[in-house]
Design a protein around this ligand. Sequence first.
Ligand code: TXA
Ligand code: MG
Length: 343
Amino acid sequence: MKDSNCSIPEPSIKPETTQGAQANNVVPASEEAILRAVRLLREGQVIGLPTETVYGLAADGLNPAGLARIFEVKQRPLFDPLILHLADLEGALRLAEQVPVAAYRLAERFWPGPLTLVLRKREFVPDLATSGLPNVALRVPVHPVAQALLRTWGGPLAAPSANRFGRISPTDAAAVRSELGDAVPLILDGGPCAVGLESTVIDLSGDQPVLLRAGGIPVEEIESLVGPVERATPVDDRPQAPGQLKHHYAPRKPLRLVERSEDIPSHETIGWLAFGETGNHISFPGTVENLSPTRDLREAAAHFFRALRVLDENPRVAQLYAVPLPAHGLGRAINERLERAAH
Ligand code: TXA
Ligand code: MG
């Protein structure tokens, strides 16, 4: 990825592993494991796949049986279309009917990386992948394990985030395991996700670029290349992107957003999703997960879903609290997720 302020590793098959992920469907992403993944995908099965954004639940992007299995395992409504992942730009754009100049510009700058482009689809792209829409969502991930699998596979892999529908996205293999358990025969462990938020989704099928979901590439960086990007407004029912659903990314416990940390009740059953210095609150009796003590938005993004999950799973915590982050760059993408998790 040419985005210099993003420290994502170059492709190679040397994944780290996640500590504590001991279940037998979680395996280090060795070359042998990748070959096993390919065999499963060929049979129409799903596998857990690390990407730089979040872990995906991958299936053969051209096989309706595999695609159907994704919806079944995730308990995802069929109106919610999937992203197709390809190893490179050429492979990805081959699935699009019309490729506007803006798409080339963004793809050349941000692929491989956390950007998804929605374009007019070619006829052969299955309806199940696009929920019957005339457009297809395309992404080229940079994670070395995703790259290795896609290169070995040779075609598109559909992969939504590997959580049950509406729940917190998984950013390590253990979280995939805790979301989906044994419903997935193989979860490739590629360590914790470096970006930690899903890809930014930009619809380029119309006259003007539209932001369908804020994500790993700040929208400011996209606008600097292709000009103003329209914001799609959140909806309640059939969304153009589930990132647009008002209720999404939800913890099991209630999450409240407050304007200032002073507004957080001082109680031992409170879980505080903090950002920056928490020194003033040293006497806070609850549980604190600090997204970034130094107020670094990239660090906060990388920790966001994990911190949410840790508080949600902590038996001491009954209610979660957070203060929105600064509303620029990745802060906006985090705030969107906070608002939906709190809705
Ligand atoms: O970072 C990511 O994008 C992760 C990793 C695994 O690649 N994937 C992911 O997928 O977040 P999912 O399914 O959780 O979110 C896909 C987003 C949704 O908001 C979906 O509605 C939108 O992309 N999308 C997919 N196909 C679309 C289409 N044809 N038109 C409009 N939006 C589409
Ligand atoms: Mg998702």
